[in-house]
Design a protein. Structure first.
Length: 250
């Protein structure tokens, strides 16, 4: 069995480590981090480039249902962005719905939440990858969007994962306590302050169930943290996080 609440030199994927800890019965809030990952994952089997000097952190969350599980990815993004903005004023992070962290119009971090089981034994593994020191070269791009990538060190030279790990961890754990105590009520307002896709913005999106791109404008968050958009025919639609690709058009 692996140890918990430590920083490993290397991991295959800290989300896999956290899942093993959860299966062995670890308590809510248990975490595992690593200096390198050999097979870091994004959503839908995509790859997460995991260079040394960057942050790879996974947390086991055991939450009651009323805490709003569907909000956890966005809540994590809000917690990380708020923490980093407090950590250094030059880290003006934005949240790109549903699970990306952006800095100066480029992706600097991503969140992968994996929910397992139902009932009392169920849990969510919250995985955070944050480019602190190094921005990787990205070869695997979501089609149709050349997505720029950056690192926190572009704004704060010399910054590394070791400096931000514990503040970010505390920020996420604090957010989970907020969720347990009061549910997601405060999140829409906190989100709007840092949203990359603001209400009224023109966007294009694609979902696997439909062919091609659709376009329209952002309306805002719905009651489960989903994004409401109005398409070019004036119809209001709900986009859920799992499989949607969305970007702003200028
Ligand atoms: C994500 O996926 O953004 C979630 C990434 C979560 C990684 C953490 S690290 C700790 C924990 N353990 C894991 O194994 N995973 C979690 P997604 O939205 O699917 O974005 C993936 C896409 O982002 C890729 O297809 C690339 O285009 C791009 N990408 C890959 N690595 C990147 C990086 N380091 N920085 C910025 N963009 C990257």
């Amino acid at each position: 069995l692996i140890a918990s609440n430590i920083v490993l030199e290397e991991s295959i994927s800290t989300n896999d480590d956290a899942r093993r800890l959860a299966e062995a019965g670890c308590p809510h809030g248990t975490w595992i981090s690593a200096r390198r990952q050999t097979a870091g994952r994004g959503r839908l089997g995509r790859k997460w480039e995991s260079l040394e000097g960057n942050l790879f952190l996974s947390i086991v969350a055991r939450l009651p249902v009323h805490a709003g599980w569907s909000w956890v990815p966005l809540a994590t993004a809000i917690a990380v962005a708020e923490t980093l903005r407090e950590f250094h004023p030059r880290l003006e992070l934005e949240i790109k719905w549903p699970n990306d962290l952006w800095l100066n119009q480029a992706k600097v971090g991503g969140i992968l939440c994996e929910a397992v089981g139902s009932g009392a034994q169920s849990y969510i593994v919250i995985g955070l990858g944050l480019n602190c020191a190094e921005a990787p070269e990205i070869s695997e791009m979501p089609e149709g969007s050349a997505q720029p990538v950056t690192a926190l060190s572009a704004a704060v030279p010399g910054l590394s994962a070791d400096e931000v790990r514990l503040p970010v961890l505390a920020g996420i754990l604090g957010m989970l306590e907020d969720l347990k105590r009061e549910g997601p009520a405060s999140l829409p307002e906190r989100y709007e302050r840092m949203a990359a896709l603001r209400s009224g913005m023109s966007v294009v999106w694609s979902v696997p169930s439909a062919t091609g791109n659709a376009s329209g404008t952002v309306e805002g968050l719905g009651p489960s943290g989903e994004l409401h958009v109005r398409n070019s025919e004036g119809k209001s639609l709900r986009l859920y996080a799992e499989d949607v690709r969305i970007r702003a058009v200028r």
